[in-house]
Design a protein around this ligand. Structure first.
Ligand code: PLP
Length: 368
C-alpha cells in the first residue's frame, strides 16, 4: 500500500530525537508557557519574517483569537472563501460576525474579482486562505484591503513556508494563522497552532486571549479570555521538527515535480502547477482535478493507494451551517473533481511512480 500519511513510519525514523526531547522537557517539568514554547515562537516568527509569534491550541484558535483581538464582532462582515476547511468560517461565526463566502479561481484560491464585488459598508475583514501550500494573490488583496480600510487575517494553515515575491505566508496580513495539526506539514503530536504578527498590540491581546484573559506579568485578569495555549511539551517536539522543515519542503516540491513529470500528458487530469514564477508553493496537498474522479479514487483504493477528497461536499451545502444562500459554481465544480494524491516525506520515488502508473492505467483501460 501507498499511505496518504504515515505517522508511525515518521516517528520510527526520528524516534531517538523525539524521545530525547520528550524526556528532557518532562524531566524539567516544563509543561505550560515555558521556555520551549518561547523558543519555538521566536524561531517561528523569524522563519515567517514577522516580529512576533504567539502559540495557540489550534489553527481554529489562531483564526478565532485573531478576529477577536482585531475587534471583529456583531454586525461585521468578514469575507472568505467556501473552498476551505470549515474552521475558517467557524472562526468568523463564533465572533458573531457574518461570513460572506466568495468563489475561487483556477488555483483553488480566492478570486480577487469576486472579492471587490462582495465588499459592503459592513465589511471589516478579509480572510484569504492559502490553500494546498500556495499563497493567494496578496498584492491584489492587499491593495483592495488598503483602499477599503479592511483588516487582513491570513489563513495560512496549509502554507507555512510558502512565499510570494520572497515574502512568506503569515507576513502579509495583520496576523497570519497557522495550524500545527498532526497532518499539516509541520504537525505536533496532537493539536497546535500559531499566530504571527508585526503588531505589538495584537501580540499583547493574543497572549491574554489564549490564557484566560490574564496578563501574568501584571498579575491581573484584563478581559474574558479563552484557554487556547500551545502546550510546552508539543513545543519541545515542534522544536525538533522545525530543524527538518526546510528539507521537508524541499522533498515535497521534489515529489510534486515528479508527479508533474509523470502525469502531465494524461489529458483527463488538470495538475496543480500554476502560473507565476514569483510564487513558491510548499504543497501541503497535491490536488489534481480528475475526470471520473470517484471511479478513479475507487480504482486506486483497490490498488492499495490511499487518496483523499477535500472536500466531497461544498461547505455552503452543509445543511447545519446556514450558508445555503451562497451561489459558488467554481467551488461546487471543484468538489466534484478534486483528488489529493499521497504526498508525505516518507514516500519513495518508486511509490510515486506506482501511483502515477496506476492513474495512467485507469485512464488507458477505462475509456469513457
Ligand atoms: C487545518 C486547517 C484549519 C484548522 O486548523 P486546526 O488546527 O485543525 O484547528 C483552518 N484552515 C485551513 C485551511 C486548514 O487547512
Amino acid at each position: 500500500t501507498v499511505r496518504f500519511v504515515d505517522p508511525k513510519k515518521h516517528y520510527q525514523a526520528h524516534k531517538k530525537e523525539y524521545d530525547a526531547a520528550l524526556e528532557d522537557v518532562l524531566l524539567r517539568g516544563d509543561l505550560i508557557l515555558r521556555k520551549d514554547l518561547e523558543k519555538f515562537e521566536k524561531r517561528f516568527a523569524a522563519f515567517v519574517g514577522t516580529k512576533y509569534a504567539i502559540g495557540v491550541n489550534s489553527g481554529f484558535d489562531a483564526l478565532h483569537l485573531s478576529l477577536k483581538a482585531a475587534g471583529i464582532g456583531t454586525q461585521d462582515e468578514v469575507i472568505t472563501v467556501a473552498h476551505t476547511f470549515v474552521a475558517t468560517i467557524a472562526a468568523i461565526v463564533h465572533t458573531r460576525a457574518n461570513p460572506i463566502l466568495i468563489d475561487v479561481g483556477k488555483d483553488f484560491n480566492m478570486d480577487v474579482e469576486k472579492l471587490k464585488a462582495a465588499i459592503t459598508k459592513k465589511t471589516k475583514a478579509i480572510i484569504p486562505v492559502h490553500l494546498n501550500g500556495r499563497i493567494c494573490d496578496m498584492e491584489a488583496i492587499g491593495q483592495i484591503a488598503r483602499e477599503h480600510n479592511l483588516i487582513v487575517v491570513e489563513d495560512a494553515a496549509q502554507a507555512l513556508g510558502a512565499a510570494y515575491t520572497g515574502k512568506r505566508a503569515g507576513a502579509f496580513g495583520l496576523t497570519g494563522c497557522f495550524s500545527l495539526y498532526p497532518f499539516k506539514i509541520l504537525g505536533a503530536f496532537g493539536d497546535g497552532g500559531m499566530v504571527t504578527t508585526n503588531s505589538k498590540k495584537m501580540r499583547e491581546m493574543l497572549r491574554m486571549l489564549r490564557d484566560h484573559g490574564q496578563d501574568r506579568a501584571k498579575g491581573a485578569v484584563m478581559l474574558y479570555g479563552f484557554n487556547a495555549r500551545l502546550d510546552n511539551v508539543q513545543a519541545a517536539i515542534l522544536n525538533v521538527k522545525f530543524n527538518y522543515y526546510p528539507s521537508w519542503i524541499k522533498r515535497r516540491r521534489e515529489i510534486a515535480k515528479l508527479y508533474y513529470k509523470k502525469l502531465r500528458h494524461i489529458r483527463n487530469l488538470a495538475l496543480p502547477h500554476f502560473e507565476g514564477k514569483e510564487y513558491f508553493d510548499v504543497y501541503q496537498n497535491y490536488v489534481i482535478r480528475a475526470e471520473r474522479r470517484d471511479a478513479l479514487k475507487s480504482y486506486l483504493t483497490r490498488k492499495g493507494i490511499e487518496t483523499l477528497i477535500s472536500w466531497q461536499k461544498p461547505v455552503h451545502h452543509q445543511k447545519g451551517l446556514n450558508l445555503q444562500h451562497f451561489r459558488l459554481p467554481e467551488t461546487v465544480r471543484l468538489c466534484r473533481e478534486v483528488l489529493s494524491l499521497p504526498l508525505n516525506t516518507e514516500l519513495t520515488d518508486e511509490e510515486i511512480a506506482d501511483v502515477c502508473a496506476a492513474i495512467q492505467n485507469f485512464y488507458d483501460t477505462h475509456k469513457s
